[in-house]
Design a protein around this ligand. Sequence first.
Ligand SMILES: NC(=O)c1ccc[n+]([C@@H]2O[C@H](COP(=O)([O-])OP(=O)(O)OC[C@H]3O[C@@H](n4cnc5c(N)ncnc54)[C@H](O)[C@@H]3O)[C@@H](O)[C@H]2O)c1
Length: 274
Amino acid sequence: MLFNNQVAIVTGAGRGIGAAAAKLFAQYGAQVVVNDLNAEPAEQVAAEITAAGGQALAIAGDVTDPAFPDQLLSATIAAYGKINIFVNNAGFTWDGMLHKMSDEQWQKIVDVHATAPFRFIRALAPHMRDKAKEEQLAGLPPEPRCIINVSSTSGLHGNIGQANYATAKMGILGLTKTVAKEWGSFGIRCNAVAFGFVETRLTQSKTEGESIMIGEKEIALGIPEQMRQMAKLMIPLGRGATPEEAAGGIIMLASPFAAYITGHCLEVTGGAGI
Ligand SMILES: NC(=O)c1ccc[n+]([C@@H]2O[C@H](COP(=O)([O-])OP(=O)(O)OC[C@H]3O[C@@H](n4cnc5c(N)ncnc54)[C@H](O)[C@@H]3O)[C@@H](O)[C@H]2O)c1
């Protein structure tokens, strides 16, 4: 199987694209760590993987907590002994027009989509970069290792109401290319996937009333129904992606078929923006 004897960590994997990616990694042989801010959905995803004959462990925690990267990585090492694949997927939106956007609204979104991925990659250095260096010095065959950062077409093209999100999702592409250059000589690949319109709670109609609790604050998720319909008109394939179709982009880039691909941003958009 594609990911036999590999350990994958997916942040924000309690629902949506991350949950689909965690299940696919497990289906193709990886041992999977399912992280989410919310313990219950993370445990549910891990239980589904285990029930289907796979191996998974749920580790709840907030990716924006500066202490959490070391905790998550240490717990993974304690359970599975190594880390091959790390997916920076966790996130949410907090939209508003730029002239009304608060500093808090800006900072929370930059924290979750850019600062947290930076901290995780830095914390991965001993588990990926140093391990690869040891293997090289010992003349051992290298383990497959890669990082996948989740971006968005909002980052590539900008998007009304998303100055905070577009900035962070563009920023993560600079981070991706830098890591690809810094860690490439250790055989560690770093790529990004930019999603367009994926059917999850982030893109549900506002009328569904979905929200996320960030600390004490309840932040409304979703987009106006009119924008949902407009977005679909701009997509050559004529519909949003399922979470599984979106996760397929992550799986592709982590697979051995992408062994010579690094520093790349794969657009998984149904053709939108071409
Ligand atoms: N849905 C889309 O159309 C779309 C498009 C482009 C990019 N994306 C990106 O894809 C990723 C996944 O989004 P989704 O659509 O699956 O949304 P989702 O809300 O279905 O799933 C995101 C998960 O991340 C978790 N999360 C949020 N903040 C967290 C934190 N601080 N720590 C740990 N977990 C946290 C949530 O609890 C949730 O389970 C996000 O980075 C998002 O920005 C989504």
